[in-house]
Design a binder for this molecule. Sequence first.
Ligand code: NAD
Length: 492
Amino acid sequence: MQVTHDDESTTTTPMIINGAPAEPRTGQSIPVFNPAHRLELVGSIPRGGGPDVDAAVGAARAALPGWRALPLEERIAVLSRCADRLHSITEPAAALLTREMGKVQSESDVDFQTAEFFLRLLPQEAREPLADQRIADEFGSVTIRRAPVGVVGIIIPWNWPMALLFMRVSAALAGGNTVVCLSSPLASLAVLEAVRAVNAELPPGVLNAVTGLGPEAGSALTAHPGVDKISFTGSTATGAQVLRSAASTIKRVSLELGGNDPAVVLDDAVVDDALGQALVGSAFTTTGQVCFAIKRVYVARALYDKVVDSCLAALDGARVGDGLSAEATMGPLVSGPQRERFDGFVTQAARRGATIITRGQWAPGVEPDDGYFRLPAIVTGVDNGFDLVTCEQFGPALPILAYDGQDEAVRWANGTEFGLGASVWTSDAERGRALASELEAGIVFLNRHHVSASHPRGMFGGVKRSGMGRELGRAGIENYLEAVQIDGVDPA
Ligand code: NAD
């Protein structure tokens, strides 16, 4: 449960509404503690609620006519200057991100660099969809024109907040929309710094940031009649609530939700050090807390022992500690509740006879009880009835299962409610591509599967309960546009 307080001694980083710092109407703040040192207060964020969301939506509505009227090339130029602003704060703000949510500094750097890259690249993808499309044939002539949806509420989780936020902000603002964003209370300090920095280049009200608790600020945003679209990224359970809340005002909704990505290692895969490193590199990024990390591995039985050994060898070098320490390759889990939930999956697996093989060591100087740390583990002796396999475990334990026959692998891989990513590992590209079309996932990777592997001009999103709608590339821009048709006969 989130703690809230009115501690005068902590500086509260303000929200950004209408281009200016804003205090919450409640006068309350939420303390932010370092998950690597549980008692270290990193800062505090405003506990925003309905009235703050109201003010932010009002500012976004007022800014909409001017921003959408700006020619696209000018919006692209403004967003490129926003990227420069983001660049200028990356070093201190990335360290702040590590202190508030725990991931290693190199990942926080990549998070900021990716956000900057999206601000430069994605707006350019708007040129084609925003150009009128004319259809003239034997049935007559019409023009299809795409217009901004209006005010967009963007809600993001804590694991990769910068990349996830600016992937959406770049597309929404390039399309001529204005934005109110809400970040997770577990990772809002760096987001507020970033939104403040880029606001120096934006007209007031174009990009607003509110903070607070999901059931308060979040539900006020999703139900607000002045919001035209919600772009939500987070868990499947919250996504369902968001969909219900947005229904009464018929908002456009796109959802990027949880995942439980399978990796299928075919019997012709080359099992070497590189394979172990690739599987482990995916599964344990951000301490296993990535939506499209590998969360279960299915291996052709003949290769099973070799794959387990290559994963264990790849984990030998893991060093777990404070993400700011140069030696740490893996930080803590983000919070106490997150670690308890994860521990529950591992304990249940152990009780039911699984073997939990931990590897790696504590980074020099770490006090394991100071933070929400766990050493990474490979788990064997499980089946598809274990929660560790069927749920999104979101932590550093990777179950590896042996299958007999490709059909069984496909059935198991498709056997959860999720459908975000999946991967096939094979030395036969044709066979891999054929299998890809049998897997129920929004993205199927061949011989790779990593947070850095998404093509920015491709698309990203899930099937089944992993979401609806697509980000990145042209599809990502169209996610924030309404297509309208102009019909009729030109005057003589
Ligand atoms: P979460 O669902 O608890 O929270 C996500 C965001 O929603 C937070 O900002 C939170 O404040 C807000 N929120 C909470 N309750 C709300 C409500 N009732 N109404 C509106 N907003 C509300 O998820 P989390 O723990 O922050 O993130 C982890 C989850 O996010 C995992 O399931 C992970 O797979 C998923 N995720 C998905 C993607 C993707 O692209 N598919 C990317 C990253 C994370």
